[in-house]
Design a protein around this ligand. Sequence first.
Ligand code: NAD
Length: 380
Amino acid sequence: MPIVVAVPKEHVPGEQRVAVVPEVVQKLTKSGYEVWIEHDAGMNAYYPDDLFTAAGAKVASSRTGLLDGARIVLCIQPPTVADIDQLSEGTIIIGIMNASRNLEAVAHMRDRKITAFALELVPRITRAQSMDVLSSQATAGGYMAAILGAGNCPKFLPMLTTAAGTIRPATVLILGAGVAGLMAIATAKRLGAVVEAYDVRHAAGEQVRSLGARFLELEINAEGQGGYARELTPEEKAKEQQMVSAAVARADIVITTANIPGRKAPLLITSETVAAMRPGAVIVDLAAESGGNCELTRPGRTVHEHGVTIMGPQNLPAQVPFHSSQMYAKNLQSFLTLLVDMDGALVREYTDEILTATLLVHAGEVRHGPTRELLSGGGQ
Ligand code: NAD
């Protein structure tokens, strides 16, 4: 019997991506899976049903029937309680679970004995790079942030020498040079801007310079666990804000991506700093969902303060859904290889390091420690 994989249409408003694309369906069916996709699941990402059927998928007209018959469900956003109700005991569901913000769904999956893998918990080790949805989607987000910044800036980005005069290139500043920041740097460079960047991790400096941007040096190195940044001390924060303010004031576009896992995003741009910016400058705050790097950011909104446009976009990867879906689907394809043995049967024990790290709920238990603590009323 083939393993039945189901791909529902994403339900969150504004979510345009789909978890699987036709190219990946073809690979999965070749490996022996039977893939079912909900009618119009790929429509908003420009993958119509007929491309899926040509790749070997079957299209389900009823979401209930699709979920009910699945052995594995592949999704992007966490499942709703109503969807979980349709799943049979032991169904495996794989997606971005954002467990701390979806405790009700986690508890429901536990009680209904669903097995859930949370892809945002994929460890950042070399072997797991092809499964790393945080990286693939941050790449899309960083790209879109640069495009949004350019599209809302009243200036050209490149230097132009024309019969109507010479135009000086715009200056783009990137704060936080992780995956999204590096992609924003690369995109702004390709658009011809002069690019400066800053990160609290010194290791980021070399990557920034290799993209042809200038790295702003500050005597702080806040390299924390697992290659992530640690929170700064109050003295370090004050020093950082002072240096950042000077760079922000000379920029035409500022893209902020600074984050510390599990914490509120660090405040890098105060309202006084915004007031000192050039008229027409743009801030694109990619940390809007985790509290914002700019004091004036409003999540999901664009505001105008002191002549500056401040954008707090949410779910930017969904704004470039064709390629975000493609990358996400490849990540899933790679992840699925861990779940089957040499004979193509589902593994019974989740002993692989990547499976242990991502296993959120299994056999009636919440396996992820921090989520278990939150559910029992402890944690943050
Ligand atoms: P992230 O989204 O958690 O944070 C974005 C950036 O913000 C980071 O570079 C961080 O250093 C920076 N930051 C935090 N506080 C700051 C502050 N006060 N001022 C300025 N910058 C600040 O990070 P991410 O993009 O997910 O990547 C984090 C790390 O993980 C990087 O070292 C990256 O190279 C590494 N990584 C490893 C792998 C792998 O090995 N498989 C894959 C992806 C990323």
